[in-house]
Write a protein that binds this ligand. Structure first.
Ligand code: SF4
Length: 278
């Protein structure tokens, strides 16, 4: 398979560690495919955080379809389990009152429509970004890595320019799809033409950042994840009775969802890029 890119993606050649940060979704997989076919250069390694609440089949898919590609092209594929690198979980490790995911809360009451506001969310940085940084510091040596610097390759496409930011310092970001002017639809086509099966949805099963269509999709297609989310909400409410997973402030098991499932790509807005969409 050959792909002509409108622009070349050229990694920094100044010795910085080049790390493809995979969120597990189609755009991350598109980057792996482009590396495999030689359309973009190889990184030093490919890394993926495991929040340990990841939707069913995500890691099975990667072990079955992505790891063999990485092995064949000689690029290491590393999964970083959250609990190996942090004690942050639903609450921060230092304070069992501070909840990390952006759940809906009735703490400040309800809107005229009966809907809830949302509390701020920090799970993406505490469950993904920090564990990966700690893993890399531990593996390559913190001092050495600070001197060297790290470029994370993030799978945002050309149509996501509002989310593209180039921070300076030790941990920097590059965007191979964006920089090569690849649109999201094209990324999906590249993965399809390459012949990989459709990737499973990559997001935590208890993630509150879902539309009704996504909850319906989960309930119908991955009932074990929906059941886990229901149970999780019940347990969460034993400590935090004002928190909910759905904006209606009704428990998941009691909601009558009224909208119909939409197209399959809704989920990929979440942690697909290695950064949660919160
Ligand atoms: S998918 Fe949702 S719950 Fe999981 S880390 Fe990302 S924002 Fe948090």
């Amino acid at each position: 398979m050959k792909v002509e890119l409108r622009r070349k993606f050229v990694p920094n050649s100044n010795g910085r560690l080049q790390v493809l940060s995979s969120g597990g979704g189609t755009q991350s997989i598109c980057m792996v495919v482009l590396i495999y076919i030689g359309a973009i250069p190889k990184p030093d390694l490919i890394i993926m955080a495991d929040t340990e609440r990841e939707a069913s089949n995500v890691f099975d898919y990667h072990k079955r379809h992505i790891k063999p590609l990485c092995d064949e092209m000689g690029v290491e594929f590393v999964i970083v389990p959250k609990s190996d690198w942090t004690n942050n979980d639903i609450c921060t490790e230092s304070d069992d009152e501070t909840v990390l995911p952006a759940f809906f809360t009735e703490f400040n009451g309800r809107s005229a429509k009966g809907e809830l506001g949302k509390q701020p969310g920090f799970c993406s940085s505490k469950w993904k970004v920090e564990p990966i940084q700690r893993y890399l510091n531990n593996r390559f040596g913190e001092k050495e890595l600070t001197k060297r610097g790290v470029d994370f390759w993030i799978g945002m496409s050309f149509d996501e320019r509002n989310r593209v930011k180039y921070p300076s310092g030790k941990w920097q970001k590059r965007y191979p799809l964006f920089e090569a002017e690849i649109l999201r639809e094209q990324a999906i086509q590249i993965v399809q033409y390459f012949g990989l099966p459709e990737p499973p949805r990559s997001a935590c099963w208890m993630c509150p950042n879902r539309h009704d269509e996504e909850w319906i999709w989960m309930k119908e297609n991955v009932p074990q994840d929906f059941a886990a989310a229901r149970q999780f909400e019940q347990e969460l409410q034993q400590d935090f009775p004002w928190l909910y997973l759905h904006k209606s402030g009704v428990q998941l098991g009691e909601i009558i969802f009224t909208t119909k499932p939409k197209q399959q790509d809704i989920f990929d807005q979440f942690c697909d890029t290695g950064m949660c969409f919160v």
